[in-house]
Design a binder for this molecule. Structure first.
Ligand SMILES: [Zn+2]
Length: 246
């Protein structure tokens, strides 16, 4: 299972983002999507938990672009660009039995990533699939019985792919070779040989332009045990003739 724990700073950032989105929606007098009737507090909570899920997704897939601020046009039309890297949309949920929900007008070529906040601040990165994979008749349901139909992909359905597959797809699209260390789009990037982000650098000196080697936490070399002190060699036996030299 893949878990991301949000720090205090992550939560503050996500909550401010959710509040900002809610304030803008309210100023524009927008109705919620999919006919969901909602009071202010519920709508605010939904926006905040949505942003927390996005931050968890961003942290898991880092480094990725996060579309933190929605434009007025996007809010009005309800057609916003995907949250991460322009092709990944985070679907946040708050209960451990919740499905990945994809709306009928969600684009088919976007990756939908289910992130569950049931154990907040520990968020579980559950799995993902493409929009066209979710849009199957067998997933089409009106779960709430309030005429709010959508595609609901259960967590144990084999079409859900592993988070690591999405991570690798992100790196592939970013043109990252496993183990690549260097500049890309004006940023210094450093990957482990396994393809994941390298958080632990060895031998790097940015001032001297020495890029070093980088590892994820699973592959970082274990620190060398200090060598045990060498046993002292026994004193050489006195040479026969020396004994009575004086
Ligand atoms: Zn690694």
């Amino acid at each position: 299972m893949t878990w991301i724990t949000l720090s205090e700073a992550d939560i503050v950032e996500a909550d401010a983002c959710g509040e900002q989105r809610r304030a803008l929606s309210k100023a524009l007098r927008l109705k919620s999507s999919n006919n969901a009737p909602m009071d202010d507090a519920t709508a605010l909570a939904r926006d905040i938990w949505g942003a927390r899920g996005e931050v968890a997704g961003r942290n898991y897939l880092a480094p990725v672009k996060w579309k933190k601020f929605l434009t007025e046009d996007e809010l009005r039309s309800g057609k916003k660009l995907p949250d991460l890297e322009d092709w990944i949309d985070v679907k946040a949920c708050r209960q451990s039995h919740h499905c990945l929900m994809v709306q009928h007008d969600n684009p088919p070529d976007v990756a939908y990533l289910l992130i569950c906040a049931a154990e907040h601040p520990h968020h579980r990165v559950v799995g993902w699939c493409w929009g066209h994979e979710a849009k199957q008749e067998r997933f089409w349901e009106d779960k709430s019985r309030r005429n709010r139909w959508a595609f609901f992909v259960p967590r144990n359905d084999p079409i859900l792919r592993s988070p690591l597959d999405l991570f690798r797809e992100v790196r592939r699209r970013q043109g990252a070779e496993p183990g690549f260390v260097g500049e890309r789009d004006g940023h210094f990037v450093h990957y482990c040989h396994c393809g994941r982000w390298g958080s632990f650098g060895y031998g790097a000196s940015l001032r001297k332009d020495i890029l070093g080697t980088w590892y994820c936490k699973d592959h970082k070399p274990t620190p060398q045990e200090p060598l045990p002190p060498l046993p002292r060699p026994p004193p050489p036996p006195p040479a026969q003739g020396d004994l009575f030299a004086e």
